[in-house]
Ligand binder design. Structure first.
Ligand code: HEM
Length: 389
């Protein structure tokens, strides 16, 4: 018994260690790095709290922004850079919001601790704080920090709204994320926020070109959504809650899984997760159990490690929307992620009609074709139907 206890304790310590330090990232990276012991995380928390108190949908804004940043060029805040070829302007990011929350947090941090805290870390911290605010601080996960900011925008290469579970598993695996990470990130992410009618019209009226609705949608949900998104005259900017449990539409919780079990998930991939052999057991157990907060926090940290720049790579931007002039202090290459093609990537970025997809950006060269579209690609992507344009 004592041996078992000792082994359990040792394993526990290892796990804690793993969860607090990954490569050059670590929880509390900024401790002692600012004058007067300024608490950087408290400053970010203050800015996010002020926004959240005015607008609870800030949590959805930040979660999506964080995901769209990390899946393009890694978690390097490249999504925040302004410019004609910026990621912001790319079609899949047209309805991404929350940039101003990061700008506000960054400005507050810069006032107390100039030139030290990366925008990439502010995205991670702010997202964590918004999640914690959404659950009234009943739980929060620790966030690793120590990222640096990227120097160029990336090619926006995001999963299509019509992606299948199998394809999605591959896309997440290409980023080093497991099936569990994927289920937790999709479930937590889509437990808040909105989608727009164009993203679900096929499920309502013409699923897989059958002229019939998705048979996996509950009849009650179908009728509710059809009245919100009529076959003709539906407004592209009509919003539909991703979590149909109105009591928790702004709370990051396991209600997504419960809804999916009742065939009340909104997006196609969300519903399919409840039936796919690789994911259904996890969806069912998460719907029933109490493990979601821990697993979601772990998945967010795994997401936060995708393609990060650390050490002397990249730079710490002064303002999140503008890259600092390159000095000897910043490494011009996009370091370990975009390989040698940083310049090419910038040049072939979002406006190119024939930009290579998986070869010049961070997406693995084996990314499935469904996900391998750039900003001008014609595959159905998150932004193909562009409700906010
Ligand atoms: C296969 C992967 C994913 C697909 C296909 C997908 C697809 C979508 C689509 C189509 C929308 C609606 C966009 C609109 O109507 O403007 C959406 C919204 C959203 N997604 Fe995802 N998503 C994926 C993964 C994720 C992940 C991993 C997260 C976060 C960790 C996330 C967080 C969100 C949030 C919070 C919203 C609502 C945004 C808002 O209210 O402004 N998504 N997603």
């Amino acid at each position: 018994m004592k041996v078992l206890a000792a082994v359990t304790l040792a394993l526990g310590l290892i796990l804690i260690n793993f969860s607090t330090c990954y490569g050059d990232l670590q929880v509390g990276f900024y401790k002692g790095k600012c004058r007067n012991e300024v608490d950087v995380e408290a400053i970010v928390r203050g800015a996010v709290t002020a926004r959240f108190n005015r607008d609870h949908s800030a949590v959805a804004a930040l979660l999506r922004l964080c995901f769209h940043d990390c899946f393009v060029n890694g978690c390097d805040a490249s999504i925040l850079i302004d410019g004609p070829n910026s990621e912001k302007k790319a079609s899949p990011n047209k309805s991404v919001r929350g940039y101003d929350i990061i700008d506000e947090a960054k400005a507050a941090v810069e006032r107390e601790c100039p030139g030290v805290v990366s925008c990439a870390d502010i995205i991670s911290l702010a997202t964590r704080d918004a999640v914690a605010l959404s659950v009234g601080w009943r739980w929060k996960y620790d966030v690793e920090t120590g990222r640096r900011d990227g120097l160029v925008p990336g090619i926006v290469d995001l999963p299509s709204s019509r992606i299948t579970v199998s394809e999605s598993i591959q896309v997440f695996a290409d980023k080093g994320l497991t099936v569990t990470d994927m289920v937790m990130l999709l479930g937590g992410g889509h437990s808040v926020g909105f989608t727009h009618c164009p993203f679900i019209m096929d499920r309502l009226y013409n699923f897989n070109n059958t002229n019939m609705p998705d048979p996996n949608m509950s009849p009650f949900l179908l009728s509710t959504l059809r009245s919100r998104c009529p076959p003709t005259g539906a407004r592209d900017n009509q919003e539909v809650n991703l979590d149909q449990n109105t009591f928790s539409a702004f709370v990051v919780d396991q209600s997504y899984y419960q809804q999916a079990m009742m065939r009340r998930a909104i997006l196609r991939v969300d519903q399919e997760l409840a039936f796919h052999p690789a994911t259904r057991d996890l969806v069912a157990s998460t719907a029933r159990g109490s493990g979601f907060p821990t697993q979601f926090g772990a998945a967010m940290n795994n997401l936060g490690r995708v393609g990060v720049l650390t050490g002397n790579q990249g730079q710490v931007r002064n303002r999140c929307n503008v890259v600092n002039p390159i000095t000897s202090n910043s490494t011009p290459a996009v370091a370990n992620k975009a390989s040698t093609s940083a310049t090419t990537t910038a040049a072939t970025n979002n406006t190119s009609t024939n930009a290579p997809t998986a070869t010049t950006n961070n997406a693995s060269t084996s990314a499935p074709s469904t996900a391998a579209a750039n900003n001008a690609n014609t595959s159905p992507m998150l932004g193909d139907i562009n409700p906010m344009a």
